[in-house]
Design a protein. Structure first.
Length: 82
């Protein structure tokens, strides 16, 4: 979805700048279109997200990362220095 932002706005800006003789203003209009589209997609994704599920996924990753970190310290003898 986000890739479409660049694929839609940048060519549109180039088209406006060079085919419609708008110059730099056309490039800025294309960039503005990309930013508006990206903002709309971002807001939509944030509003539709299941934040409880996302929070659970983050908590699982944190537990796994802590276990990996502790295992790393144990195997490398760094736990004795801490």
């Amino acid at each position: 979805m986000v890739r479409l932002m660049c694929w839609a706005g940048i060519p549109f800006g180039i088209w406006l700048a060079f085919r419609q003789n708008m110059g730099l203003h056309g490039l800025w209009y294309g960039l503005t279109l990309s930013l508006i589209y990206g903002s709309a997609v971002g807001v939509t994704m944030a509003l539709r997200a299941d934040w409880d599920k996302e929070s659970e996924k983050v908590q699982k990753r944190l537990v796994a990362a802590k276990a990996n970190h502790d295992e790393y310290l144990t195997h490398n003898g760094a736990g004795d220095r801490a």
